[in-house]
Design a protein around this ligand. Structure first.
Ligand SMILES: *[C@@H]1O[C@H](CO)[C@@H](O)[C@H](O)[C@H]1NC(C)=O
Ligand SMILES: *[C@@H]1O[C@H](CO)[C@@H](O)[C@H](O)[C@H]1NC(C)=O
Length: 269
């Protein structure tokens, strides 16, 4: 990959000069919506110190036996968005979680291969950096992000996904939608079962990953979730699973690059 399409996450200021022409993961915003207010496109803290300032509280850390790597934080006791920081306090991952005994239509049994349970909640996890390094204080958070890591169940079962276009060869090309970019889903077809749809999707713009998203077949009520109908999904996917016609989707688009918000989808890519 050419240098120009490399990505960078973490404390942008510390390495901005080094990679002046790089595509930068310079934001962390969640939930698509009709405006830029409230929970729509809400900016989330990219450092632990900002999180603490904004009232986030620690859910787990680097202690022995933790089911994840890094430090996990939530706000207002809402597990819909869990932010993961490395031990130095740089953003390093994101989860969505829900109460295991209130799955709101989600097939928890079929989804167990993609989720991890802890303390009455079930979580879907994606890291922005190699989780093996997140509890290591000497980790260089300024290094380029080359992969994201999806945790399939336990924390040693990772699906590594390159942030360049090589990742998407095994994913299903979806459609471009303004402010979202080009969607890629994993294994979705029109006849997919709604029991165990892969809960992570990818967002690309100009051939570069600039966002990700979570999608669960469930009727969760947190305002952080979007609820696209089958007709809405047809604007994002060529092969929207038909099973969605009788189910509710709870999804979260996660925006990692300011340039993604400027995508109009008028140019290809
Ligand atoms: C959950 O998924 C499994 C596997 O597809 C299926 O056999 C089962 O009937 C589903 N349960 C519910 C309640 O839909
Ligand atoms: C989803 O949940 C909301 C709020 O609890 C409820 O009003 C709605 O009827 C539910 N939709 C379905 C299809 O179950």
């Amino acid at each position: 990959m050419p240098r120009a399409s490399s990505r960078l996450l973490g404390l942008v200021t510390c390495c901005f000069a080094l990679l002046a022409d790089a595509v930068v993961w310079d934001i962390l915003r969640t939930t698509y919506g009709p405006s830029m207010t409230g929970v729509y496109f809400q900016s989330q803290p990219r450092t632990r110190s900002d999180a603490l300032d904004q009232g986030w509280t620690k859910l787990s850390g680097c202690e022995q036996g933790s089911k994840w790597r890094g430090e996990r934080y939530i706000r207002n006791d809402d597990h819909t968005i869990v932010l993961i920081y490395d031990v130095s306090g740089n953003i390093a991952g994101i989860q969505t979680g829900f109460e295991t005994n209130d799955p709101r239509g989600l097939n928890v049994t079929a989804m167990a291969k993609y989720t991890q349970e802890d303390g009455g909640y079930t979580y879907v996890t994606t890291y922005f950096a190699d989780p093996k390094q997140l509890c290591d204080a000497s980790r260089n958070a300024c290094s380029e992000v080359e992969n994201i890591y999806f945790q399939r169940g336990s924390c040693d079962n990772l699906m590594t996904i390159s942030t360049d276009l090589s990742a998407v060869s095994s994913w299903t090309l979806g459609k471009c939608f303004p402010k979202m970019g080009v969607h890629y889903a994993y294994g979705y077809t029109t006849t997919s079962s709604c029991d165990d749809l892969f809960p992570l999707f990818l967002l690309y713009d100009q051939g570069v990953m600039k966002g990700i998203g979570f999608a669960l077949i469930a009727n969760f009520t947190s305002p952080h979730y979007e609820h696209p109908t089958l007709d809405n999904l047809k604007w994002m996917l060529y092969e929207a699973p038909q099973c969605v016609s009788t189910r509710v989707v709870s999804s979260i688009h996660i925006f990692l690059s300011q340039s993604l918000l400027e995508t109009t989808c008028k140019t290809s890519g």
